[in-house]
Design a protein around this ligand. Sequence first.
Ligand code: ITT
Ligand code: NA
Length: 217
Amino acid sequence: MTLRYVTTNEGKVREAREYLDSVEPLDYDYTEVQADTLEPIAAHGAREAFRAAGEEPVIVDDAGLFVEGLGGFPGPYSAYVEDTLGVETVGRVARAELGETPRAAFRCVVAYCDGEGFAATPEPVDLGDRRGADLSAEDRGSAATDDTVAEGSLPVKLFTGSVPGRIVEPRGDGGFGYDPIFEHDGQTLAEMRTEEKNAISHRGRALAKFAEWYAER
Ligand code: ITT
Ligand code: NA
């Protein structure tokens, strides 16, 4: 069965192909529920996309840039803020407000849904990084305000990754989105080749965990 990567972002697909050779992009615009974390957005999107894909296995990838001194802004609103303000303005505002190189992190949540349940294997929790946490129970907690979940909660498995860095003046023309203003270890993500970015990135970490788990599935 084909695994569908539900995204309209070619940059994400390019990065995912390094981990999953048989993945096919699915251009489906899932509803982005409002939340201050990425997990419920990705979980909800995966359930909706699974149904829209004719009940084929899907992964949804929700990511964002979290500037520490701005309370995590733009966080889950990163796509909207990129479209409205633009990446350079976000960088300028952060540096005007917080000084030359404010601390930030990229986070990525990969949500997998194939209609089946998951064995309840207790997973170790590492720093700010919930490895493959099965949030179906947590999601059920919000069912009262969430129509789709109330229809019957499809299990979703989540894989997260994050990378710390600093906001800098834009450099580099690789990558996509906020990559030019995010520096990690002396280089912006836009100055890295795809393999280099994957080796350290939020998405690379989430996808590596997912690919390892999926190979056993
Ligand atoms: P899909 O929802 O179709 O997957 P999107 O680009 O809207 O595409 P997100 O909602 O996950 O995806 O993206 C949130 C924002 O964060 C958006 O502005 C992206 O450009 C940006 N972003 C996501 N991953 C990134 C990365 O690895 N490097 C730089 N910016 C990234
Ligand atoms: Na999105």
